[in-house]
Design a protein around this ligand. Structure first.
Ligand SMILES: [Zn+2]
Length: 142
């Protein structure tokens, strides 16, 4: 359905990649704070070492980490590469599953089924891989 309109298809792919990266950013917060029984909303994003607040422009998924070269702006200590990896991965999964479902099943045929498949597949893949990544990185980097 969407593949027949290259402009709309591209816009949706980019939007889903950005949305997926934002989901990944929230997932990073969840994976860090939930095991520590910390609030997911307060305090706002901050460096776990020096506790300095992370500015909104440093908190942009993937690009914030790249811009800071993986170091805290305040204390210069390294920030785990797990953060941009999970954000980028979620963006790729959201975009990739959309492309796959549109090409394979054509959204116009079963839009509700396609949407359900999209959401459940994305959630399953992201949850599984992020849990593995989190466990792997936690042992090595922290
Ligand atoms: Zn810091």
């Amino acid at each position: 359905m969407f593949a027949s309109d290259p402009f709309l298809f591209s816009v949706l792919c980019v939007w889903l990649a950005v949305f997926g990266a934002c989901v990944g950013s929230f997932l990073n917060v969840f994976l860090y704070r939930f095991p520590r029984r910390e609030s997911l909303s307060y305090p706002p994003s901050h460096c776990p070492r020096c506790k300095a607040a992370i500015r909104w422009y440093d908190n942009v998924p993937v690009f914030g980490w790249i811009k800071l070269r993986g170091k805290c702006r305040s204390c210069k200590l390294p920030i785990s590469i797990r953060y941009p990896c999970i954000e980028g991965f979620c963006g790729i999964v959201f975009c990739g599953i959309f492309v796959l479902l549109d090409v394979l099943f054509n959204f116009s045929v079963w839009p509700l089924l396609a949407l359900t498949l999209f959401l459940s597949l994305s959630a399953t893949v992201i949850f599984a891989v992020c849990c593995v990544m989190y466990l792997a990185f936690r042992k090595r980097i922290g």
